[in-house]
Design a protein around this ligand. Structure first.
Ligand SMILES: [Zn+2]
Length: 230
């Protein structure tokens, strides 16, 4: 009996994914088990792809399913030094994408002035918003321009873009203007989708550079810690 009990106990321990610390000091914690993705490999890739000084805000990564996901239809978010990432992932790249995207949000508060102080990214973003506004207007979607000229997140606009217009039509309207339909959501997401693209495809920056030159310049500068200190 005792033998069986120990065996059973051991198999339970094997099933539960072990929390771990990475070499750079990230604490990785499993609230719910992650299936079909090798988490340690994904995090090793994050640590080798993103410069160290851009990871310094992150203390913990928690994998699991959170109420916030349902409330805001998300599958990841950043809050106070912690990345909350869905334990349900399609594959390696799906998880890698979520991590990089949320890391970008951790940089906005400490480096807000560097990123947004000169308004270059915001002006680029608003010029694109205006352009897409005019395309949608001609397609029959009469949304007041003032709504498009506010760079903050606006839930009504978000719902309108994704539910009323729909992802396919939106993708057509933004083609060649934004790198993904999600980039139009807000200034913060414009930055986050650019940051993600920059590190997801490190050898193919041509499209990002062409479509979003000001954002691209900032992403290049962001790689240099001395730029951020000054
Ligand atoms: Zn985001």
């Amino acid at each position: 009996m005792l033998h069986n009990y120990i065996q059973h106990k051991q198999s339970l321990l094997l099933e539960k994914q072990a929390d771990f610390y990475t070499s750079t000091g990230l604490h990785v914690f499993f609230k719910d088990p992650v299936e079909n993705v090798n988490v340690e490999k994904v995090i090793a890739k994050v640590e080798s792809s993103i410069p160290n000084h851009l990871l310094s805000e992150i203390e913990m990564i928690i994998f699991g399913w959170f109420d916030e996901f349902e409330e805001r239809s998300l599958n990841a978010f950043y809050d106070g030094g912690t990345l909350y990432i869905s334990n349900i992932q399609d594959d390696f790249m799906d998880m890698y994408d979520d991590l990089i995207h949320e890391i970008s949000h951790s940089l906005e508060e400490p480096h807000g002035y560097f990123l947004y102080g000169d308004k270059k990214i915001e002006n680029e973003f608003l010029k694109k918003r205006k352009y897409v506004h005019d395309i949608l207007w001609n397609m029959g979607y009469k949304i007041p321009l003032s709504v498009f000229m506010d760079s903050e997140y606006n839930k009504e606009l978000d719902m309108f873009l994704y539910e009323k217009i729909g992802y396919d039509k939106l993708a057509t309207a933004i083609a060649g203007v934004f790198i993904t339909p999600y980039s139009i959501t807000s200034l913060r997401e414009y930055f986050a989708t650019g940051f993600t693209e920059f590190y997801l495809h490190p050898d193919e920056h041509g499209f990002l550079q062409k479509v979003s030159p000001e954002l691209y310049k900032k992403l290049v500068l962001l790689q240099n810690p001395e730029e951020l200190d000054s």
